[in-house]
Design a protein around this ligand. Structure first.
Ligand code: GLU
Length: 488
């Protein structure tokens, strides 16, 4: 990356969400790209809230965004900047543009503009302002102001082409006739989005604007505002949109989940960070799994991928599994605990007093778990007796004979002085041998009896973790259940 534009000064980037009540995966990805850029190049990552829209200024719509940004691991530097507190500043700059030769008053009424737009649509012409007010004489302007006519302020776009070098896709240009003389301040005096963004980015010392390529038209317009205000424009980089596997744009409207939803489904923030970083950015090797610290280290602004990125939830879950593998039993236990409590399987207090038990459960289940929530869905039987026996497995395993075997094996287990892996295994093997049974004929019904499901971790390890009294009780209960079923 060239630091030509920053002149060696500190790099400053920002995320500028509007308070929408949720953090969209696309916005999270933008946060990650900006955050990595700042951290790698030793700069600052700032947060600006674009809350000038009255309906969007509710603090309750902001909090979920801030907490999701914290969660995903992109903490921001410095104070948050709120656009709603800076309206006077925008007005001041709108006034400056009007005084300069770059801005002009537009007295066209919304009704008139609407008629023009409809006509343009009917004629299949571009929907553009026809510059009707560009050349009003000072006298005409004075008399309209005196008459109390309301006016907006428009920026006069010069003839020619606008170009810039995008950090992601290289040279881009647009014909100025396609940009139109856009409004920078409305007739009620409020600044429009593009003016506010330019004033803020300048005022915040932003050196690189990294945002979605849905903003590219805004960038062309903003370049003219920088020029009109006499500000040096920052560098721009536009990241491609995130698409769903069916190639449609990821959006809340299409039912896609926000970041907090993935959190509630047991995705780790490290996995989300890693996955979203690699959507549209390449480490240029085959390796995919990285910690945030590694990504900060290897980040390179030259490696953005200009083509659209596909958000594939299966892949995110695969990343999640890899990040779970990197965690210790203790870390996973800490992460799993709230999921177990939320699922109603246990309480916080119970877990706090039986931490070794939770850690042992995690050690048994971690190989099968792909999400943190899986500890609750796969391991409910470690915390509660209230499971049902898997119906299909019960038909196969819970035969009249197995009720006898379970009863007898329970008695043998009960008489063990120590309930160890090897002791339990030897007890089961001995009984199988004495009765002329295959070990599997005892293993399967026992597993079903103590867990309700036909698959799970190694049986002997699982029995030891469950503890002797629990195992014995569950086996007896299953034997009784089978007898009851048989006699019906
Ligand atoms: N509020 C805009 C958005 O969320 C920010 C665009 C920008 O980064 O300038 O898309």
């Amino acid at each position: 990356m060239s630091s030509a534009k920053t002149g060696g000064a500190e790099i400053r980037v920002r995320l500028a969400p509007s308070p929408s009540g949720y953090l969209h995966v696309g916005t999270a990805r933008m946060a990650i790209a900006n955050y990595l850029f700042a951290r790698h190049y030793g700069g600052k990552f700032l947060l600006r809230i674009e809350d000038t829209d009255a309906e969007r200024s509710d603090a309750a719509l902001l909090e979920p965004i801030l907490s999701a940004l914290q969660w995903v691991g992109t903490p921001w530097d410095e104070e948050i900047v709120y656009q709603s507190r800076r309206i006077a500043l925008y007005n001041e700059y709108a006034g400056k543009i009007l005084e300069s030769r770059y801005g002009y008053r537009c007295f066209c009424s919304p009704e008139r503009l609407q008629v023009d737009r409809e006509k343009a649509r009917a004629d299949k012409k571009p929907l553009q302002y026809d510059r009707r007010c560009l050349n009003l004489t000072p006298g005409e302007i004075d008399s309209r102001i005196k008459a109390g006519d309301k006016f907006a302020i428009r920026l006069k776009i010069p003839d020619g082409q606008t170009r810039f070098t995008d950090m992601v896709s290289g040279e881009v240009s647009r014909r100025n006739e396609d940009l139109e003389d856009f409004v920078i301040a409305r007739s009620d005096g409020t600044a429009t989005y593009n003016l506010a963004v330019v004033v803020d980015d300048h005022d915040m010392g932003i050196t690189h604007v990294i945002r979605g390529n849905d903003h590219i038209t805004n960038t062309f317009k903003q370049i003219h505002l920088y020029h009109a205000l006499g500000f040096a424009a920052p560098e721009f980089g536009h990241l491609p949109m995130i698409l769903r596997p069916d190639k449609r744009k990821v959006s809340k409207r299409l039912g896609d989940k926000d970041v907090a939803q993935y959190r509630h489904e047991g995705i780790l923030p490290e996995a989300m960070f890693n996955y979203l970083c690699l959507l549209g950015w390449s480490p240029k090797t085959d390796r995919e799994i990285y910690t945030s610290a590694e990504l900060i280290e290897i980040f390179d602004a030259n490696n953005f991928n200009p083509s659209n990125a596909i958000f594939d939830e299966e892949k995110l879950v695969a990343f999640n599994r890899e990040h779970m593998v990197m965690k210790s039993d203790h870390e996973l236990a800490t992460l799993a605990a709230p999921f177990l409590v939320d699922a109603g399987l246990t309480t916080k207090y119970w877990l706090e007093t039986r931490w070794d038990y939770l850690r042992a459960v995690v050690r048994l289940l971690r190989e099968r778990a792909r999400r943190i929530s899986d500890f609750a869905s796969l391991g409910g039987y470690f915390f509660s007796f209230g499971y049902r026996y898997d119906a299909q497995a019960a038909v196969k395993q819970f035969t009249a004979e197995s009720a006898e075997w379970l009863g007898e094996l329970a008695a043998r287990f009960e008489s063990l002085k120590e309930f160890t892996h090897d002791g339990v295994e030897a007890t089961l093997s001995e009984m199988a041998e004495e009765k002329g049974l295959k070990k599997a004929q005892l293993i399967h019904p026992t597993r079903l009896a103590v867990s309700g499901v036909p698959v799970g971790p190694s049986l002997f390890e699982m029995l030891v973790v469950l503890t002797q009294p629990v195992v014995v009780e569950r086996m007896r209960r299953a034997a009784e259940y089978i007898r009851k079923q048989q006699s019906e």
